[in-house]
Each structure stands twice: as C-alpha cells, then as structure tokens.
Write a protein that binds this ligand. Structure first.
Ligand SMILES: Cc1ncc(COP(=O)(O)O)c(C=O)c1O
Length: 404
C-alpha cells in the first residue's frame, strides 16, 4: 500500500490536510526525476551544507579496544552541526516548487528549528518555529540563533509545553495557512510522504559511506550503528545497506536513567502499536493512546514515537535495536573527545557507546561504521552541568553580573 512499510505508516490526518499532502507527494515524485531539482539539491548539499562529510578512522579508539576497526561518519561537520540540514534543504527546494513563501517547523531542542531557519534565510522564505515554553527556557541559545536567522519563535503554552504540543501548534498553523505555507517535518515520521521523502534525502549518507569504506577497506562495513530518535540519521545510514545481508544494522535508543515510564525513550520493547501524529507506528503510549512522558539526556532522542519504516525493520528483524543509558552516553562523549579529538552530540554519543561495547567482541578484520549524527557544541550547557564544571558556572555568573 502507498506510504506504508508493512503495516506501518499511512496518512491519518484531518481531512483538510489531505490535499496538501497529496500535492506534496505529487511535487516530490516529479522533483525526484527532475535534473534541475537534483542538481540544485546537490549544489546546496556541497556548497551550503558542506558535503561530503568525512569518514574518519578512529585509530586510537580501535587500538584501545583491540577489536573491530571503528570508523566515524562525521555528520557533525554539516553546516548547523548535524545531519538535519539535509532534509531541510530538500524540503525547502520542494516548497519552492510548490510556490510556497513561508516555512514552519516545530522543534524540541532547537536543532531542527535552527536548520529550518537557516534554509529559510538561504532560500528566501519567511519562517515561524513553534517551541514549547518549557523547551524555550531549556534551550535559550538555539532560540537566540533562530531569531538571528530571521525566524519568529512562537512559545507554545498549552499541554506539557514541550515538543508534542509544539507539533500540535504547527499542525494547526499548517491547516490555517496551507496555501502559502510548507510544514518542514524534522525526521522520518508523520503522515505520508514525509517518512519516504526525508529518508530519500538522507540516503546520501549511506551512499557516501559505501564509497568511502570501499576505498578505505575495499569491502562493505560489517556493522553500521546509528542512534534513533525519529530515525532520520539511522535511515540515512541504513538504507544503502538494507539489501546487503552481510551488513548488521543496529539502532540505538535512549535508555535514559531508568526502566520506569518517563525515565527513558525506548520504544522497543516498551512501546506498542498505535496511530498518533498522522501515522501508524510504535509509540510509548498509555492505555488511552496518549503519548507517555519520556526522558533522555539528549533532547533529540526523547521522542515517544519512531519512524514507521524502522518499526517495520524492527518487526522483520532487519535492524537490531539496543539502548544506551544517559551515563554511558556521557562517558562516550569523554572517550571520543580525548581519544579522537571529536566531541559528539549527545544523541550520537549513544551510537558511539554501543560501538565501544561491540568492537572488543569482534575480530580485528571486522569493520564498524558509527553514524556520528552531530557535533557536541549544542550540548555545552548540559555537559557542563553533568560534569559539574564549577568554573563554567562562575563564568556564566560573571556574565550575568556584568549585565546588558
Ligand atoms: C545530532 C542529532 N542526532 C540525532 C537526532 C535524532 O533524530 P533522528 O533520529 O531523526 O536522526 C537529533 C535530533 O534532534 C540530533 O540533533
């Protein structure tokens, strides 16, 4: 069935959004075959976002673990710091073809908002970003960046005032302004065609990995590891290898700080199948189908749903799902920083941590590729708190004392 992955996916939205999703699907299908669209996309990926990103051999980490070779696909070197810019560029170009003049987005940690605002500025759209009031308080630096990029950040003051409420506010805006507005969805989630379209944009990651690892090792990777929030960086890295049965694919979820509801974001094995936010998938939900509270030290991994294609890949056992705790992710940040000179985003540190557990169990001729979805600059406030860096707090106090 169109827009389905096994029994997952689909398009479960209010009737007034169906024409917008049908138009989006139609324009996307024709753009995919269009030379001009593809050359504009590649041009922006290369000259605005900075692709291709390097595949770095983690020599020191590999030697220390004395097992499989670890390579890092450094998506953190993308403009704005993560893989997210790729599907924002793709959607920006699609919005242009649809004649839209305004982009809207929802954001939790602010990363997707910053990427959308950057693309809006570059391609000449006005931009509105919805963000829960609680998240605005937690992620002020990204609000500042979005505003500098010319976006209007609207605080969402209903519900739990976090990401899921921002999604509802963005959908309401889209329904009211669908004529001139495109809703830039930030992962491989939501109603069809978003999961397919965003996956297709992100497949550039896996294609680059294939080329780069073939050059470096003259073979395919044995294992590809990626963290999974909604699933866009994982689908980007995995899709190229799904048909290669020798490549083991591992998705790493946020184990958070405990196994109780609200303390983690592991949809497997704790989620159940439902239809929420326009698509069918696994969700962390209560018996009434309401999304449950989640926790992760990484803002990008605490989403209670997961992309429908990943649910299918879970059920068909093509992707193995594991989890890594907050504490393990923090440790992985330090290990990678000190051994490899790379500070990963906390999301990506989950994948790094799992590679550190796996490599020593594998033979030295095996090759692991970790998709390092982003860089850690954005996490500076979380990291300084977690590592109890008193000097950093003194520094911030001094700034406050000095006043504006
Ligand atoms: C650096 C980074 N990695 C991963 C994610 C998780 O999203 P996804 O699973 O769609 O890649 C995010 C989300 O904000 C992110 O910023």
């Amino acid at each position: 069935m169109k827009g389905h992955f096994g029994k997952y996916g689909g398009r479960y939205v209010p009737e007034m959004l169906i024409p917008a999703l049908e138009e989006l699907e139609k324009v996307y299908i024709s753009a995919k075959k269009d030379k001009q669209f593809n050359s504009d996309f590649i041009d922006l990926l290369q000259n605005f976002a900075g692709r291709p990103t390097p595949l770095v051999f983690a020599k020191n980490l590999t030697e220390k673990l004395a097992g499989a070779k670890i390579y890092l696909k450094n998506e953190g070197l993308n403009h704005t710091g993560a893989h997210k810019i790729t599907h924002c560029i793709g959607q920006g170009l699609i919005a242009k073809r649809m004649g839209k003049t305004r982009l809207i987005a929802e954001t939790g940690a602010g990363q997707h908002g910053v990427a959308t605002a950057s693309v809006a500025a570059k391609l000449g759209f006005s931009c509105t970003v919805y963000m829960g009031e609680v998240d605005i308080k937690r992620q002020r630096p990204n609000v500042f960046l979005m505003e500098q990029l010319g976006a209007k950040v609207i605080p969402v003051v209903f519900g739990s005032r976090t990401l899921k409420d921002a999604v509802n506010a963005a959908i309401k805006d889209w329904i009211e302004n669908v004529k001139d507005t495109h809703y830039v969805l930030g992962s491989v989630v939501g109603p069809h065609p978003f999961p397919t379209m965003n996956r297709d944009f992100q497949t550039v990651v896996g294609k680059e990995i294939r080329k780069q690892i073939s050059k470096a090792e003259n073979k395919l990777p044995d294992v590809v590891i990626a963290c999974v929030g909604g699933g866009s960086n994982a689908m980007g890295a995995f899709t190229e290898f799904i048909k290669e049965s020798s490549v083991h694919l591992v998705g790493v979820e946020a184990g958070g700080r405990g196994k109780k509801i609200g303390e983690h974001a592991t949809r497997f094995p704790n989620g159940s199948v439902g239809i929420i936010e326009g698509y069918k998938s696994y969700f962390l939900q209560n018996n009434d189908g309401q999304l449950q509270k989640t926790h992760s030290i990484s803002a990008g991994l605490d989403y209670p749903g997961i992309g429908p294609e990943l649910s299918h890949l879970h059920d068909t056992k093509r992707v193995e799902f594991v989890s890594v705790t907050d504490e393990e992710a923090l440790k992985a940040v330090q290990i990678l920083a000190q051994l490899e000179g790379i500070i990963p985003a906390l999301e990506s540190a989950h994948a790094v941590s799992y590679s550190i557990k796996t490599a020593p169990k594998l033979a030295k001729n095996k090759v692991i590729v970790v998709n390092l979805s982003g860089r850690g600059d954005k996490d500076i406030f979380i990291l300084t708190k977690a590592f109890r860096d008193k000097k950093f707090y003194e520094f911030m106090e001094n700034i406050v004392k000095e006043g504006l």
